[in-house]
Design a protein around this ligand. Sequence first.
Ligand code: ATP
Length: 396
Amino acid sequence: MPKQPGRRPQPLLPGLCNSALPDNFHTDCVTFPAVSLKRRIAIIPGDGIGKEVVPEAVKVIAASGADVEISQFDWGADRFLADGITVPPGGFAMLERDFDAILVGAFGDPRVASNIHAKEILLGMRFKMDLYANVRPVRLLDVALCPLKGVEPKHIDFVVIRENTEGVYTDAGGVFKQGTPDEIAVQEDINTRKGVERIIRYAFEYAERHPKLDGSPRKRVLMCDKSNAMTHAGGLWQRVFKEVSGEYPQIQTVHMYVDALCMQMVRDPRQFDIIVTNNMFGDIITDLAAALQGGLGMAASGNIHPGKTSMFEPVHGSAPTIAGKNLANPFGAILTAAMMLGHLGLAEEAKKIEAAVLAAVQQKRTTQDVGGAMGTSEAGEWVARKVAGSALPNSL
Ligand code: ATP
């Protein structure tokens, strides 16, 4: 439980340039200057590589000239270890009230074995702010990034829409007779009619409103479950999918069991437009999908409730083994920032950022995980300069 009130963002700092962030960026709540006060963005870098990649995303947002005001919060393991606070009292209400969007890094730190802070902050945001649609675009930017033979960028452009507030992640269940040979662990899988219906409808609406990058329409929505084994929950998903799809006769429907889907994602990822699925299957298949686009360091996501303050985060976690070494790929976080700007109606800025990341990948101005030789901050700097249209020195 929180022990003391949370710190609030401080007044605007003078004169922050695009590439230089203040020394206290990682620890304190600071507010970055903005061109105007139009879009208010809360930044929570969190733990591990989140603290390295989010500053790069912030640099790039600033370089894009987006009309935003950015405030940073220090929620994460360091803060929790210092004062026992995971989420300050009223924290989620404050985010909803005072911000248009939230950009998050990652949570998880080996010093907090229970992972309680990650659970309370990240799952807290998803559940308590009811961010029910986890949207994870899967796009191949360059042929060199895909481990599959003969697959080109035009072949991989699909979106996984993961239910984000139910399933096995609600922590319903319990352990009985713990530590005895008769121990029993129960993990409940919660599926409500309302929850299943709204995520499936979101998937169809998304298909209608978001054409592929090449401008072609998304014609198919695939629902993935394991209804042959998990009959009760699967039955509900099957019935709702059939009902809701009736409202969208122009969109084809496909069904696959999750195991078959994993195989098909490797055999032929060309066939997918939109995949909608539950919380756990969505979590698992998006790591597989990330591998198709160059790995976890390249994957972006949004946690969305239409009309409410939504939260955006790279798909990767805090990656403690590479944290603090300037090795983490910042492009997942940067593409996440672009997705957030697009969501806020700043489509031009989002496009500029995506184009700059594409150029970086094509010119191998990347971190090692995707074939380059740059560090996190150098790769971020390169993209920021490209976005700003400034000269790129050879050393970068
Ligand atoms: P979580 O459970 O929080 O999702 P995880 O344990 O599944 O986290 P990550 O923390 O995402 O996994 O990282 C797993 C591995 O993937 C890392 O150890 C690292 O090798 C690689 N990885 C993840 N993100 C990045 C990145 N941005 N750049 C480079 N490598 C990364």
